[in-house]
Design a protein around this ligand. Structure first.
Ligand code: ADP
Ligand code: ADP
Length: 228
């Protein structure tokens, strides 16, 4: 079953509107599929288009050309509101620098997407706590991000990405800020949760790419290798 399908996606970042008319072509005719239960690695030098693909999968940007299907629904054909709704329901995002809110507890950070989803407070707290337990942080529920190690912060971020039970997980250099041992344990966690979801992981790091079932290699916004 195909979870994510990119078909001939081309994207340009526009001019600044300040008399600077240069455009950057970030993606050129990019096509690939991610099946349910599959982890796809995105590899390529800095500037090759990895983050642009992740943003596009996440419905955070709409490419100039081509289509991006999430379970058969073309994200590029939706209104902003519909796309946002689909994104919140189906996609969980893990960032390199965690993006936790520093003044909120681990539990409140994890629960935040459920606030947007209109889930009642008690259910939010229970769900956040059970996810924190699942990622090995049952004893860190009321800690602030500043009181946690890098690996613990990334686990909180992973729990937050999972809280809406998305079927697609997108991760941008998830171990980029972590030492090797901590990174390895975060990768193990991602592999676990990837087993019954579709996952796209962008990285330069060989250990991270090794967890992928298939690696898509990008150069200058083009897919140059797609194999696994
Ligand atoms: P990667 O994640 O592989 O480093 P990106 O997707 O971030 O690659 O970038 C692809 C290309 O698009 C690069 O040339 C980059 O400079 C450019 N780019 C990325 N984001 C923007 C932006 N917001 N505005 C203009 N150009 C951008
Ligand atoms: P406590 O009520 O003990 O502080 P939490 O810190 O776990 O418990 O927060 C409880 C709920 O309130 C969580 O669902 C969290 O998402 C929400 N919440 C707390 N602070 C904020 C905030 N600044 N913005 C949005 N939601 C918040």
């Amino acid at each position: 079953r195909v979870a994510v399908r990119f078909s001939d996606v081309t994207h340009e970042y526009g001019s600044s509107g300040r008399g600077d008319d240069r455009t950057v072509t970030a993606l050129r005719d990019v096509s690939f599929d991610v099946r349910a239960g599959e982890i796809v690695g995105l590899e390529g030098p800095s500037g090759s288009g990895k983050s642009t693909i992740l943003h596009a999968v996440s419905g955070l940007l709409v490419p100039a050309e081509g289509s991006i299907e999430l379970h058969g629904t073309d994200l590029t054909a939706l209104s902003d509101a519909e796309r946002t709704r689909l994104r919140r329901r189906h996609v969980g995002i893990v960032f390199q620098r965690f993006h936790l809110l520093p003044s909120l507890s681990a539990r409140a950070n994890v629960a935040l997407p459920l606030v947007q989803a209109g889930v009642p407070r008690k259910t939010r707290r229970e769900r956040a706590e059970s996810l924190l337990e699942e990622v090995g942080l049952g004893d860190r529920i009321t800690h602030l991000p500043g009181e946690l190690s890098g690996g613990e912060r990334q686990r909180v971020a992973i729990a937050r990405a999972l809280v809406t039970d998305p079927d697609v997980i997108v991760a941008d250099e998830p171990t980029g800020e972590l030492d090797t041992a901590t990174g390895a344990s975060v990768l193990e966690l991602l592999t676990d949760i990837g087993r019954d979801r579709a996952m796209v992981v962008a990285s330069h790091d060989d250990e991270t790419l090794a967890v992928a079932d298939r690696v898509v290699t990008l150069r200058d916004g083009r897919v140059v290798v797609n194999e696994g």
